[in-house]
Design a protein around this ligand. Structure first.
Ligand code: ASC
Length: 577
């Protein structure tokens, strides 16, 4: 009886606003929630309903919040993606998100309108197992690390640069943040100099004081690590401690031991750490991977003694050095080791109904830098797809005359810069048959620069997918399909493509909605690096979409002429005495 009654609604009343803050000891303006940065942590149990009444307290711009990793089964309008699942919430308006967190795991939430995530609009979302359930691994305590990167330039300056001709790239971040805290001034010195260590004590500024994680000797801790960086791929290492990886993106993985973990934007991990060392404290380093770093590592402190209020003992010795940014083989070795946990594994369907190949290229469009998928750069429509289809307005709200290309020419050389730079922008969508099994081949390619290909973490909304395999060069089904892993592939919501490489994913298109699938690097998405999947188009008119979610574009106009509302059922007559 108790187990059934346990699921509950958890209410949050939030106001988003701009505020002065010093995340890396330099004062800037960022986007916070209820006066906090990062935003408040949501903690719930699997099966709970989360209700967030979100007031937009920004002065002149809309806002939405995406609940990253939550599948929104039956509530696609609560996915929080502007132009896709809802209209941006206007200043002074309040919108209520209501959704079920169906699966335990380490998640986070963030803005999904323009580049608001990079302005600091994010926080942790942690879902514990339901009452009476247990994780398949044991630990005594938990530590939470939300990783991000931080730019001193405002997101407006960044966005204007990205869309200008000539192009102005945002460059590398000024600081890396752990739970919203970094130390820019210290990072001017090498992170391991004595001065930096002093600086790492925070210089008395509460907002940029380093994170101290209290542990008790011989206890085992679950470190929850999530990355919501705008650009940086990261590596996390804890001095003198091994880590055992047990969870990735809200799914169990077969445990394996490592010295450090790579984590790409949009991903999360749980790692177990045994506090089995002798000193009073140890450094935790978070460093940049996959791009030539111009940002020094962020530092936090693992403090034995268990009392966060005790005077801080800076660790003796050097912080651990995270692996070289360009040791791609090491990143591949780590990533390829991630497999579904044996005793909780649910293997994927053995075959797909449809394969979509997505070629990732950097292109020029009328002199503007774009990222395109099969030579098409995503441009979002004024009317959210979900609302447009719900109202039967496909033909006028976006280009519904066809799908974007689902492959690229046989003779295209993924190792050379694109010969044809005439990319086009489009708001076309892929329409997936409800319940069909879809394979996506993400194909990386050369940039406009010779010999360069970058790492991209792709994130799917509304689903987890199985990662069936990775490889180098061009994916060739005849050569590679047989070797894909359909036995114990990990379930994830964000998977990386390595430079000049490919990654194959499989998912079941059984969640009615409009779902973004995109590179989680904020400037890359802004430059068009994504696609949209429409699932259950024929069922979308049945959805109970709150009217306030759709008060913009063509749907705002139809809302003035109300749809024929379903006649409410009359109240049941009182039973005869
Ligand atoms: O999108 C990008 O643009 C720059 C560079 O390619 C052009 O300056 C870069 O490193 C990206 O990831």
């Amino acid at each position: 009886q108790c187990a059934v009654a346990a699921a509950k609604a958890r209410h949050f009343r939030w106001e988003v606003s701009n505020m002065f803050w010093s995340p890396d000891c330099e004062e800037k303006v960022l986007i916070g929630i209820n006066g906090q940065f990062p935003g408040p942590t949501i903690r719930a149990k699997a099966g709970d309903t989360i209700v967030v009444e979100l007031k937009n307290g920004l002065h002149t711009e809309g806002v939405v919040i995406h609940w990253h990793g939550i599948r929104q089964i039956g509530t696609p309008w609560a996915d929080g993606t502007a132009s896709i699942s809802q209209c941006a919430i206007n200043p002074e308006e309040t919108f209520t998100y209501r959704f079920v967190v169906d699966k335990p795991g380490t998640y986070f939430y963030h803005g999904h309108y323009g580049m608001q995530r990079a302005a600091g609009l994010y926080g942790s979302l942690i879902v514990d197992v339901a009452d009476g359930e247990e994780e398949p691994f044991k630990y005594d305590g938990e530590l939470n690390l939300l990783l991000s990167d931080w730019y001193h330039e405002s997101i407006y300056t960044q966005m204007v640069g990205l869309s200008s001709n000539p192009f102005r790239w945002i460059g590398e971040p000024q600081s890396l943040l752990i739970n919203g805290r970094g130390q820019f001034n210290c990072s001017l010195a090498a992170a391991h100099t004595a001065g930096a260590k002093q600086c790492a004590a925070g210089g008395g500024n509460r907002q940029c004081a380093p994170v101290v994680l209290p542990v008790l000797p011989n206890k085992t801790y679950r470190l929850r690590v999530a990355s919501t960086t705008s650009l940086a791929s990261l590596n996390l290492a804890v001095g003198n401690h091994k880590l055992t990886v047990v969870e990735a993106d809200g799914n169990h993985v077969e445990p394996f031991d490592v010295d450090d973990i790579d984590i790409y934007s949009g991903q999360s991990y749980s790692v177990l750490l045994k506090a089995d060392q002798k000193a009073a404290s140890y450094w935790i380093s978070v460093g940049v991977r996959a791009r030539l770093p111009k940002t020094v590592p962020a530092l936090a402190i693992l403090s034995y003694g268990g009392n966060a209020a005790a005077p801080l003992q800076l660790p003796a010795g050097e912080p651990p050095v995270t692996p070289a940014w360009n040791d791609t083989q090491r990143s591949k070795d780590f990533t390829y080791r991630i497999k579904a946990r044996k005793d909780t594994n649910q293997p994927p369907p053995p075959a797909a109904d449809r394969q979509i190949v997505l070629l990732n290229t950097q292109n020029l469009m009328d002199g503007h830098y774009k990222w395109s998928i099969n030579n098409v750069s995503l441009s979002l429509p004024a009317t959210p797809y979900l609302g447009a289809i719900h109202h039967g307005l496909q033909d006028s709200a976006f280009d519904a005359s066809g799908e974007p290309p689902d492959g690229f020419p046989e003779d295209y050389d993924v190792m050379r810069p694109p010969a044809n730079n005439a990319t086009t922008a489009s708001d076309r969508v892929f329409r997936l048959r409800h319940g069909s099994v879809v394979d996506v081949v993400l194909q990386n390619a050369n940039m406009l620069k010779e010999e360069v290909s970058e790492t991209h973490p792709w994130h799917l909304h509304g689903h987890d997918f199985w990662v069936l395999g990775y490889g180098d060069g061009r994916y060739d089904a005849a050569k590679h399909a047989a070797a894909l892993n359909t036995a114990d592939p990990p379930l994830r919501n964000t998977a990386v493509i390595f430079p000049h490489g490919w990654t194959v994913l499989r998912f079941v298109a059984n969640n009615t909605g409009a779902w973004a699938f995109h590179c989680h690097i904020e400037p890359h998405l802004h430059m068009g690096m994504g696609v949209v999947f429409i699932e259950g188009e024929d069922k979308m008119h049945e959805l109970d979409v709150p009217k306030e979610a759709m008060a913009c574009g063509l749907v705002a106009r139809t809302a003035a002429v109300p749809l024929t509302p379903a006649t409410p059922l009359p109240p049941s007559p009182a039973p005869a005495p």
